[in-house]
Ligand binder design. Sequence first.
Ligand SMILES: [Zn+2]
Length: 171
Amino acid sequence: MAKGANKFSPTNCVRAPARNESIPSVSGTYALALHLPRAKNLRVGKFGRFYFPRGDYVYVGSAFGSGGLRARLARHTRKNKRAHWHIDYLRAHAALRQVIFTTAPRAMECEWSHRLSACADAGIPVAKFGAMDCRSKCAAHLIAFPRGITSSQLRERLDDGAGQISNLSCL
Ligand SMILES: [Zn+2]
């Protein structure tokens, strides 16, 4: 089996803050690959309480504010923090296994969300999760893969072959 075909390995985790030096502080779009080791009933702020089955999840977002990708991804890397976004509530219980990003000059999370949710094995655990302000009719910006998704499958699914995510990186 090719190395990239393995299940997420801990070496793909963004753990030490020092690793964030490899993330540019420019704007961009990112995908977080998360693993929830056991099913959880979680409160997601004022949004409500929802059931999250055990398995893999991919959250898509973009950082076009100050600090760019580096600051945003550093925040997602930290597990303990004051919850602000929907994803923060899930992140507190899930392991961050991989981060993929692109520095393409336009936000691509909706395109990535559509691409991922079109997969036969994908599910939407909570309608509109992370996508309350989304104008692209995304079902959600959090997509569940109950049977798991490998790091190479994720990269393949985000890559449209048009070179738009040529800066895609796996940490
Ligand atoms: Zn969207």
